[in-house]
Structure formats: C-alpha cells, structure tokens
Design a protein around this ligand. Structure first.
Ligand code: GAR
Length: 188
C-alpha cells in the first residue's frame, strides 16, 4: 500500500522541497498535498514546478475543525510540519493521534516553546553560549515543542560561528535526516 503524507509549512519551504524530492524516487510514498496558513509563503512558488497541490487555509479553519475534515478525506498516514508556525489545536491532534510530527531547529527541550522559530532559536543558542546545537524531530502534542522526541542530531558550534553559520549547520542536519526519519516512521 502506498503511504500518504501531507506537509504543513508557513515559510520558505526548503524542507518541504527537500522532502518532496526525496520521496519522488520512492513509489511507496506519495506526498499528497502541501498545506500552508500563509498565502505569501515562499513554499508556494518554490514547489510550483513539482505539481503537488497546495492548499491555503486560515487559522479559523484550523481551530474550528473544518481543516480536520478536509484532511481526513485525504487519508494521510503522516502529517509532517516543516517550518509551520501556528499552534496545532487539541481537536486536530486528537483527530490524527500519533500521526503528526514536527522538526525544531534546536536540541529540545532547550530553546523551544512559543515564539521560538527560525533565527530566533539560533540567536537564543548563540547568546546562551552553547557549544552545540542540532535538530529535534518530535510528535506533536497540544503544547509547543513538548511532544515525545523521535530523533535528535547534533552539530558543534564555535565562538566564531554567527547566527547564519549556525542556521546553515542546522539546515544541513534537517535536509539529511528529516526525510529518513519520515521514511522510518512509515516503514518501521
Ligand atoms: C526550519 O529550520 C525548521 O526547523 C524551523 O523553521 C525552519 C523552516 O525552514 N521550524 C521551527 O522553528 C519550528 N519552531 P524552511 O521553511 O526553509 O523549511
């Protein structure tokens, strides 16, 4: 049976693009749809050549259950958040229990929580003087960045590393590991 994944993003969407490319060569996995809450998100233009349907929704639809209904009809095996910035409400989590995962650009529980995304996370790491950072892939529950951790990978950072260097190192870990972790969840 072909496994069906749905991707959620709010921003530039480079992880979404990377995941789509990775699974293009795997006939057992279909990226069914990409969902975004941001009509101006870079992800929309970035993946246009890939011919995967993109659905734009608003916060109200996420919170009032309309989106649950729409997504249930697509029968996803996994819902993958990649740079998705809205909080997932409990009703949505219950509807897709243990089927929603997220990637966070730090070694959780450090540098997570509300308002912690993108460069803000790397700034927090830098100002804390941490000697290492990394990625955390975790199941999503009703609290920001608090669901059980599936996978982490680390990278060292030195005093000479600025925010952009840290972001680049973390991004490389994301591209390398997120598709593989998704594949391992789909085919345990
Ligand atoms: C990624 O680094 C992801 O880990 C992060 O947003 C970036 C999205 O980049 N997510 C969070 O910070 C979630 N709290 P992309 O749009 O280029 O894939």
């Amino acid at each position: 049976m072909v496994k069906r994944i749905i991707l959620f993003a709010s921003g530039s969407g480079t992880n979404v693009e990377n995941i789509i490319k990775y699974f293009k060569r795997n006939p057992r996995v279909e990226v069914v749809n990409v969902f975004t809450n941001n009509p101006k998100a870079g992800v929309i233009g970035l993946i246009r050549p890939m011919k995967i349907p993109v659905n734009v929704f608003d916060k109200a639809q996420l919170n009032n259950g309309l989106l649950n209904h729409e997504i249930a009809l697509l029968k996803p095996d996994l819902i993958v958040l990649a740079g998705f910035l809205l909080k997932i409400p409990l009703g949505f989590i219950t509807a897709f229990s243990n089927k929603i995962i997220n990637i966070h650009p730090s070694l959780l529980p450090k540098h997570g929580g509300k308002g912690m995304y993108g460069d803000r996370v790397h700034q927090s790491v830098k100002y804390a003087g941490d000697k290492e950072t990394g990625i955390s892939i975790h199941f999503v529950n009703e609290h920001y960045d608090k669901g059980s951790i599936i996978f982490q990978a680390k990278t060292k950072i030195g005093e000479e590393d600025n925010i952009q260097h840290i972001a680049n190192k973390v991004q490389q870990l994301e591209y390398k590991h997120y598709p593989e972790v998704i594949e391992n969840l789909l085919f345990p």
